[in-house]
Design a protein around this ligand. Structure first.
Ligand code: PEP
Length: 251
């Protein structure tokens, strides 16, 4: 089995101002020695400040989205090169909230992933089915289609992380069962191996996301092919994020 370092990635979404950065100090103090890789993706306004605040700690900083072009007439957008310039090393792409709120298609996510790679960022590409799609037994087809359409050909274990986030489990308190997570993660692994070859396919880390909390984290992290989590709400509280990191370290 490939040696994949576990990753705990926090997605602050549209939450956080300068005073939120205090919790990162608490987190770094308690988990600076974590075995797992730690990443926080704050809103774009905080990327630069957070990068300064975590300098010298083991916490990395990521963006939550980027444009597919490097510069240009795109009012309100931020490019991958700008995120890198502000101190980010990662960027979340294709989150279901962006797919739903901003009409992002797989082709757009693919173009953004390419832009992220061109800027030297690791892309965390999100896939996931809605409740209606799951109830219609379409989960595997939906995930397969999103992977095929969203991932460019030049994937490596360093430039790509895939996050499986069932839409119905995000911010709802509903968590997919271990069996549901295992089935999808195994399928994602198989598809990555088939498309990119065994070496790359086995080295890409697969995160689960959707209402991960300290009290359900250990069960999720025990599932084969779960290499960590993308964490929304719980990543805003040092105790909760810390509890999840501890569970990941112990897995
Ligand atoms: C997310 O936004 O990626 C997420 C998983 O959110 P939550 O943990 O709040 O469900």
């Amino acid at each position: 089995m490939a040696d994949r370092r576990k990753l705990a990635a926090g997605n602050w979404k549209m939450n956080g101002t300068a005073d939120t950065l205090g919790m990162v100090e608490t987190l770094a103090g308690a988990h600076g020695e974590a075995r797992s890789e730690l990443l926080i993706c704050p809103p774009a306004t905080l990327v630069h400040r957070l990068a300064g605040a975590v300098a010298g700690t083991s916490i990395a900083v990521g963006g939550q989205d980027c444009h597919w072009e490097e510069t240009g007439a795109h009012t309100g957008d931020v490019s991958a090169a700008m995120l890198a310039d502000a101190g980010a090393s990662h960027v979340i792409l294709g989150h279901s909230e962006r797919r739903a709120d901003h009409g992002e298609t797989d082709a757009i996510v693919r173009a953004k992933t390419q832009a992220a790679w061109a800027a030297g960022l690791t892309a965390i590409v999100c896939v996931g089915e809605t409740l209606a799609e799951r109830e219609a037994s379409n989960t595997i087809d939906i995930i397969g289609g999103q992977l095929a359409g969203s991932l460019p050909d030049q994937a490596t274990g360093l430039n790509l992380v895939v996050a499986y986030e069932p839409v119905w489990a995000i911010g709802t308190g509903k968590v997919a069962t271990a069996d549901q997570i295992g089935e999808v993660h195994d399928e994602i692994r198989r598809r990555l191996e088939k498309r990119f070859g065994a070496g790359v396919g086995r080295s890409v880390r697969l995160l689960y996301g959707g209402s991960v909390k300290p009290d359900n984290a250990a069960e999720i992290f025990a599932v084969e092919n779960v290499d960590g989590a993308l964490i929304g709400g719980a990543s805003l509280k040092a105790d909760d994020f810390g509890g999840i990191i501890a569970a990941l370290d112990a897995a």
